[in-house]
Write a protein that binds this ligand. Sequence first.
Ligand code: OFO
Length: 165
Amino acid sequence: KLSTNTEKALNEQVELEAASSQYYLAMASWADVQGYNGIAQFLFRHSDEERIHMLKLLTFINDRGGFGVVPALKQPPLEFKNIHDIFEQVLKHEILVSTEINKLVDLCLQEKDYTTHTFLQWYVNEQIEEEKMASKILDKLKLIGEDKGGLYIFDRDMGALRTED
Ligand code: OFO
């Protein structure tokens, strides 16, 4: 069974994953109305994935004798400067998520909760992928700079880019 401490920390992570989903959804909606439809599709998918990250945690908490708490929604930022700004924020946010996952892993070791520790390895690996993907996208955007044609092609390619589940 989960300790009170671990249950509380996992529920905080549920909240962070839900907030990530909302954050990427806001970015998707902004990109969509700016005419960046490929980037919007990518961000809509990314938002869905965050919801799945949240669900996985929630059901794990319940399966381990705790109670997965559905958090309240907070409104994320709605306006973004440009596409570069969006992906800088994505990377920054993913780094924050990784830090929080690492703290959770650390807590499990302190509490000798090896079951939760094993469960969290999926998130550790996922964060490696997510940070890698965000920084690759940023590298591409830096190459493109202010080139409108480059951004057009980038938008088209992003629509087809597969994200992890
Ligand atoms: Fe973007 O990652 Fe969830 O965990």
